[in-house]
Design a protein around this ligand. Structure first.
Ligand SMILES: Nc1ncnc2c1ncn2[C@@H]1O[C@H](COP(=O)(O)O)[C@@H](OP(=O)(O)O)[C@H]1O
Ligand SMILES: [Mg+2]
Length: 277
């Protein structure tokens, strides 16, 4: 099996960026098409765009790293994770894709031993992309045939004493999340969809994102890595980092908080989810 010999995490992240760029171009061409959506067993929608982007990403990952399993949202039950594997959400924020807000992302993470080591989150309709291997960087998505991303290092900001900026899901909220946020001094709540929430914290534009409702590993792994490499952290109950590759629990995450300033961690009181405790 190809084991990424000689490839540094930053180099892998650059290759993931090219794959996400290509998938993003497919998604953009499908934005204005009449989308026929299907509601899955978990109540979330899927479309032909999710499937087309996923097929392309799997093909490209297989070409680049033959034999490394790709656990992707729409086909996750057909693949077993290994010591190294990819987690892919070809279209995170399908609801937003359907409603035309543009706040959707392509998420790809390479996992090694339950933690991400390289990742990309691309927001095709917003023209932004974030990557991390060892270093977290933000870029602009090139248009046309251009392939120059114009990367810049990205970094979290220190949390202000008061008036924190919290990011909340536009479509999924719950009482436990609100209870957790209520102990923090939040000044601004900004509704944002998809893994962009991790990336905006990684870029110093927001301070905290708490999520106690259901999410899947492919929703969080790439953003988790980018935020951690930008100086922040993503923690579950007890301040423990999230781990990935839990096929036994259907790749469901427990509650978590994403924070830019790690000094916020002791203030958090996340509920323990029975299913993943
Ligand atoms: N009931 C549920 N079960 C599992 N995942 C859910 C869910 N409700 C929402 N999600 C997850 O939340 C993601 C959207 O998050 P947000 O509201 O922050 O944009 C969805 O991503 P997809 O659009 O890729 O399915 C989905 O994975
Ligand atoms: Mg998806």
């Amino acid at each position: 099996m190809m084991r990424f010999d000689g490839q540094a995490p930053d180099e892998i992240a650059l290759r993931l960026a090219q794959i996400a760029l290509e998938a993003g171009r497919v998604l953009r061409t499908m934005e204005s098409a009449l989308i026929d959506k299907r509601i899955k067993d978990d109540g979330t929608p899927t479309t032909a765009a999710d499937l087309a982007a996923e097929a392309l990403i799997i093909q490209r990952l297989n070409e680049a790293w033959d034999g490394v399993p790709v656990v992707a949202e729409e086909t996750s039950s057909t693949v077993q994770p290994d010591d190294y594997f990819f987690l892919v959400d070809p279209l995170d924020g399908t609801g937003d894709f359907i409603h035309g807000t543009g706040e959707y992302s392509v998420n790809i993470a390479l996992i090694r031993g339950q933690r991400p080591v390289a990742a990309v989150v691309a927001a095709p309709a917003m023209g932004s992309i974030w990557i991390a291997g060892d270093t977290a960087r933000r870029g602009s998505l090139p248009s046309g045939q251009d392939t120059d991303f114009a990367w810049q290092d990205t970094r979290v900001r220190p949390a202000p004493e008061a008036d924190l900026v919290a990011l909340v899901s536009r479509r999924h909220g719950d009482i436990a999340t609100e209870a957790c946020l209520s102990v923090l001094s939040i000044g601004t709540r900004r509704m944002t969809s998809s893994a962009l929430k991790f990336c905006l914290i990684a870029s110093g534009e927001a301070d905290v994102y708490v999520r106690c409702g259901p999410t899947m590993e492919w929703d969080t792994a790439a953003g988790d890595h980018i935020l951690c490499r930008a100086g922040g952290s993503v923690v579950g109950p007890g301040g423990v980092p999230l781990t990935y590759g839990h096929e036994d629990r259907g790749y469901r995450n427990g509650p978590f908080a994403a924070i830019g300033d790690t000094a916020l961690a002791p203030k958090l009181d996340l509920p323990v989810a029975a299913s993943v405790a």
